[in-house]
Write a protein that binds this ligand. Structure first.
Ligand SMILES: Cc1ncc(COP(=O)(O)O)c(C=O)c1O
Length: 372
């Protein structure tokens, strides 16, 4: 991978094997539980012996994501498997971990249940701060931009503060993707993410990953994954790798759609609490524009109550009611229906790759219908 290449070039080439005449650009998935072994030398003779620790399709995907994040990558069966794997690899009884108070809520649920039960102290901090002293803290996990509220944390400043206190800094890079920001370049020790969202973007698979430049941490995470077994299957790895080739194009259209919709929503009296970190009026804009390479395709706002959200979704032809985000199709999710700690009319809207003019016209008409 050439250091000077742009995002489109890096995405379409990421993780591909060297060209070999007669071979495909991206080899198809290798489906194997056991592989043939050398009867004399055993597993030492070949890189693959058993499917839980070893799979060549998975290794190509890890090479690709690792190139984009700028570190060594290990993929997991889902974002949750990656995040909980990192937490359980690093944390020991008596340690303290700080987590986002406004991030993806199953991470908090896992922490206050499983981690506290094994004697880990859990602190919750709003993404926008203020942050407490990191003295005595083992791990700080940021989620920036945070899902679903889209606040942003200052990664370089918090990495410096964490390191001064002897803590590790992890960043959940799900919403931004490695094209939107490179936390390892910003000073983070480790990246975790759900690849289920914009990274792969086709709403057809679950994936998670951990990426780091710390060899000991990489090996510990690898060992954790091998013994606990939360690996993605070969077909999902192949689909994910295939999807990575278009991530630059998809993100560009999603961000253009988010910008166009933010312009529409900001001017509507029937929409409150609009958040999109790419909007100069947004409180997150100063930090986001300093540390992010591009803005996400996700925005959030409040339509007041659940009925109005339902009327809006019913009236729209292009916004599908669905959870998750980052996919090709525009979707919107009323987060409170999942027990998330949000207001009843709070909506997270994820822009797809439709034409901006069509999307703006559709959302405007659906809001008119919902309000009327
Ligand atoms: C920020 C963030 N991190 C992690 C996850 C978990 O990812 P997965 O659903 O792939 O387990 C999600 C899922 O929505 C998320 O939004």
């Amino acid at each position: 991978m050439s250091a000077g290449w742009g995002d489109g070039t890096r995405s379409v080439r990421a993780g591909l094997p060297d060209a070999v005449p007669g071979q495909p650009f991206l080899p198809g998935p290798v489906f194997a539980a056991p592989y043939h072994l050398d009867p004399w030398r055993g597993p030492a003779a070949a890189p693959d012996g058993y499917g839980r620790p070893d799979n060549p399709t998975r290794r190509l995907l890890e090479a690709a994501i690792g190139e984009l994040e700028g570190g060594d990558c290990r993929v997991f069966a889902s974002g949750q498997a990656a995040i909980t794997g990192l937490l359980l690899t690093v944390l020991r009884p008596g340690d303290t971990v700080l987590l986002p108070a406004d991030g993806y809520f199953p991470v908090r649920a896992f922490a206050t249940d499983t981690l506290e039960r094994i004697g880990v102290r859990v602190g919750l901090v709003p993404t926008a701060g203020p942050y407490p002293s990191f003295e005595g803290v083992r791990l700080v996990l940021l989620e920036t931009p945070a899902n679903p509220g889209l606040d942003v944390a200052d990664v370089p400043a918090l990495a410096a503060a964490a390191h001064a206190a002897g803590a590790l800094l992890a960043v959940d890079n799900t919403t931004a993707t490695p094209l939107g920001q490179r936390p390892l370049d910003l000073g983070a020790d480790v990246v975790v993410a759900s690849g289920t969202k914009a990274l792969t973007g086709h709403s057809d698979l679950l994936l998670g990953y951990v990426a780091t430049r710390d060899d000991a941490l990489r090996d510990a995470v690898t060992g954790w994954r091998t013994t606990t077994g939360g690996v993605p299957g070969a077909f999902d790895c192949w689909l994910a790798h295939r999807s990575l080739a278009t991530v630059d194009l998809r993100l560009a259209r999603q961000a253009a759609n988010a910008e166009a919709l933010a312009g529409l929503l900001a001017g509507r009296p029937d929409v409150a609490g609009l958040r999109w970190p790419g909007r100069p009026a947004d409180p997150a804009y100063p930090v986001a524009s300093a540390q992010m390479r591009r803005m996400p395709g996700v925005l959030s706002f409040d339509l007041g109550d659940a009925d109005r959200v339902a009327r809006f979704l019913d009236a729209s032809r292009l916004v599908a009611a669905a959870t998750s985000f980052g996919g090709l199709h525009t979707t919107a999710d009323r987060r409170a229906q999942w027990g998330d700690d949000t207001a009843p009319g709070f909506v997270r809207l994820s822009c797809g790759i439709e034409d901006p003019a069509d999307l703006v016209a559709d959302v405007a008409a659906a809001l008119d219908a919902a309000t009327g």
